[in-house]
Write a protein of this length. Structure first.
Ligand SMILES: Cc1cc2nc3c(=O)[nH]c(=O)nc-3n(C[C@H](O)[C@H](O)[C@H](O)COP(=O)(O)OP(=O)(O)OC[C@H]3O[C@@H](n4cnc5c(N)ncnc54)[C@H](O)[C@@H]3O)c2cc1C
Length: 379
């Protein structure tokens, strides 16, 4: 089977890239260990936040602004609701570096950000119980993306344009032969192409280690859960999405959407995992329930009992920024690790960007903050 481009890992970024490549007329084959969307990677659990006054750094904002346009376009092409315009409030104490960066990012890019004190935040969204030292930065244009629905849309739209998706194919080895890269799978397939994107989530590091490139990526087990909601205070009309850097940890959450319940997850912490270590289900550790219940009881006390929880994994870099680069010795191999638990919102723009980079040699963005060079001095 011939292809112009191979994609190893058809998850959030891989599936999006497959669509944009096929739309540009490329012959593309996507390999995934299962039939994405699925729950083996980092893209399950129905919903993801998208916000623009970025607390993780202003370098992401040009990507985010393009991502927003592409999400709107995808929603139209898919003919399905992919975005919930409920806004997102960033919460933090006055000393929170995250909240300070949210304010700087908004100011630098003239993004709409309403700054609120604790009393104003609780008046606006009565579900919150906040101490006086907590402040909020509300982004009315932000909201929630339906992640699995988006993957299904790219999958369908990409296949309709000729993309070939091979599910159930775990890539076990990458080899550079001449000007080409060969991907070998556990089932014995050998596929090659002159351009390859490695977007295999927690297996980016082991696959690239085989090509002489050690990457400082740590897989981490994470949990999230849904709670019985009181629609009068947890409905999107009464509660926005949130990202909260508060005493007790960094948490994020969603109003009750489509009757699913209030959803809460913890962003920091988690249990480090080896690449092939099994992901134990929610409830395997006492802290799975304790941490989330602790946050909900303290800050959102009107929520009811936990309905269900799930486990997922993040892939973290030491500085929690993405890796978007090419292999230094094999330039035909592109690396997408939109990692560290904040990458989904970028999947649309990264799909477009990698398609342009691999076919036309240009990205249209400054990717230097996401290059491998920054790890050169890590021992
Ligand atoms: C609980 C949770 C909450 C999150 N919340 C947010 C949020 O609110 N907002 C946000 O922007 N981001 C959020 N994220 C982060 C975001 O979901 C991830 O950053 C993003 O999904 C990563 O995309 P990816 O394409 O790198 O990985 P994935 O979507 O996981 O795709 C990787 C794919 O590669 C496949 N694969 C792996 N190994 C192989 C192999 N050897 N061969 C073939 N295929 C392979 C996997 O099966 C998978 O399909 C959250 C993540 C989690 C886990």
């Amino acid at each position: 089977m011939d292809a112009d481009v191979l994609i190893v890992g058809a998850g959030s970024v891989g599936m999006a890239t497959g669509f944009y490549l096929a739309r540009k007329g490329a012959r593309v084959i996507l390999l995934d260990e299962a039939e994405a969307p699925h729950s083996l990677g980092s893209h399950h659990g129905s919903t993801r936040l998208i916000r623009y006054a970025y607390g993780e750094g202003a370098a992401y904002i040009p990507l985010l602004l393009r991502a927003r346009v592409l999400w709107q376009e995808l929603e139209q092409l898919a003919g399905k609701r992919l975005f919930e315009p409920c806004g997102v409030v960033n919460l933090g104490t006055s000393g929170s570096p995250f909240l300070a960066q949210v304010v700087r990012s908004a100011s630098e890019y003239q993004l709409t950000l309403e700054q609120l004190d604790a009393t104003q935040t609780m008046a606006r969204w009565p579900a919150w119980q906040l101490s006086p030292d907590i402040r909020g930065g509300f982004e009315p244009d932000a909201g929630v993306l339906y992640c699995e629905r988006a993957l299904s849309a790219w999958r369908r739209l990409g296949q309709a344009r000729g993309a070939v998706l091979l599910g159930g194919q775990q890539v076990t080895e990458l080899k550079a032969v001449g000007g080409q890269i060969t991907a070998g799978t556990a089932s014995g397939l050998q596929l090659k192409a002159t351009r390859v994107l490695v977007s295999a989530g927690h297996r980016v590091a082991p696959l690239l280690a085989g090509l002489g490139l050690p990457l400082p990526l740590q897989r981490v087990r994470k949990t999230f859960a849904w709670y019985h909601a009181d629609e009068s205070v947890h409905d999107p009309a009464a509660l926005s999405g949130f990202s909260a850097d508060l005493p007790g940890g960094i948490f994020y959450g969603f109003p009750t959407l489509e009757g699913a319940g209030l959803k809460v997850g913890r962003h920091d912490g988690g249990q480090p995992l080896e690449p092939e270590q099994p992901l134990l289900p929610f409830g395997a550790y006492d802290e799975d329930q304790e941490e989330l219940n602790g946050f909900v009881r303290r800050y959102l006390p009107g929520a009811g009992e936990m309905i269900a929880g799930k486990a997922c994994h993040y892939v973290r870099t030491p500085d929690e920024h993405f890796i978007l680069d090419r292999h230094p010795e094999h330039q035909q191999l592109f690396i997408a690790s939109a990692c560290s638990g904040h990458g989904f919102k970028f999947a649309s723009v990264l799909g477009e960007l990698f398609a342009s980079w691999m076919l036309d040699g240009e990205t249209g963005f400054d990717l230097s903050p996401f290059s491998l060079d920054r790890f050169r001095f890590i021992g």
